[in-house]
Design a binder for this molecule. Structure first.
Ligand code: GUN
Length: 294
């Protein structure tokens, strides 16, 4: 089987180059340029790293980036006021509130407080609802990144059986809806598997396209995959390893095992991960232009 490794780093850099070119034209014409704001509450190291890489990526394409850092004991009211402040700032086009938030803050209340027109994470119920009924909206970055990879690798999805492992609000649910839409990529027959699914292997073995967002390292083995399937791995886990760093990054898919059976497969790292940040930037550019994901 000739397996193609989907190069998410390469596609993400193409998406970023396209954004950079559009922003360069705005600069040349002395127009306003896009501005992304990120709010981070507390000291979660993964969140700090994630927000720092978003800022670096934004700057690399000419998007202005502002980070608002708040201590872990910030009250919900203070956070909502900070969101109001950014909602009302006409110079800021996109706002993300980095998750997870401390336990004393109601995450749904926070997301619903973000102006849907600045919700470049696509988490606001209005954007989620519009995405479901096929209206212009902001689509959350990881599902949008997966669709972009399928599109740019010209992977046929119409009439295919797409099996999605995981039903999270951020990945599993939205990507299963996008794959079922009358679009290209899309038009697939979609099955969602989750923790209560019986005999999951018998379902995954029917998948022409298998999207893995289940959150368990190396969960998907070769015997769960159909010969010739397209395998998209959304997982990202740090597991102990016998190397200098003492750890390695792995996905939900046992890559070396599954690789021989797949026609296309995303690696971890370097697959879906880099696309997430690229799509946040794309959503910010769209928000600046008052356009939506399509
Ligand atoms: N935490 C983990 N992933 C994400 C994301 O895509 N957006 C936000 N806001 N927080 C996250």
């Amino acid at each position: 089987m000739k397996t193609k490794i989907i190069d998410g780093k390469l596609i993400a850099s193409k998406v970023k180059d396209e954004i950079k070119a559009e922003v360069a034209v705005m600069i040349k014409n002395c127009e306003d340029t896009p501005h992304l704001a990120a709010i981070i509450v507390g000291e979660d190291p993964a969140s700090q790293t994630y927000v720092a890489s978003k800022e670096k990526a934004a700057r690399s394409v000419g998007i202005t980036s502002s980070i608002y850092k708040y201590p872990a004991d910030t009250t919900e009211e203070d956070l909502l006021n900070a969101i109001d402040f950014i909602n009302n700032d006409d110079e800021i086009n996109g706002l993300i509130v980095q998750l997870p938030l401390p336990d004393h803050i109601n995450v749904n209340k926070v997301i619903e407080h973000i102006n849907p027109n600045k919700d470049v994470d696509g988490f606001h119920p209005l954007n989620v609802g519009k995405m479901v009924i096929g209206q212009p909206s902001y689509v959350s970055a990881t599902p949008a990144g997966i669709m972009e990879l399928l599109k740019r690798y010209q992977i046929e999805t119409e009439g295919k059986h797409c099996v999605v492992l995981g039903r999270s609000n951020i990945v599993g649910s939205p990507v299963s809806i996008l794959m079922s839409k009358k679009t290209n990529p899309g038009n697939s027959t979609v099955t969602i598997c989750h923790s209560k699914t019986k005999d999951m292997e018998s379902i995954t073995r029917q998948a022409d396209i298998l999207i893995c967002a289940i959150g368990v390292p190396n969960f998907v083995k070769a015997d769960m995959v159909k010969e010739g399937a397209v395998v998209i791995d959304v997982g990202m886990h740090r597991i102990p390893a016998d190397n200098e760093k003492g750890y390695k990054i792995t996905g939900d898919v046992d890559f070396e095992d599954v690789k021989q059976k797949a026609t296309f497969i995303t690696p971890v790292p370097g697959g879906v991960g880099p696309m997430t940040i690229a799509m946040i930037l794309k959503n910010t550019l769209l928000a600046h232009k008052k356009e939506y994901y399509s």
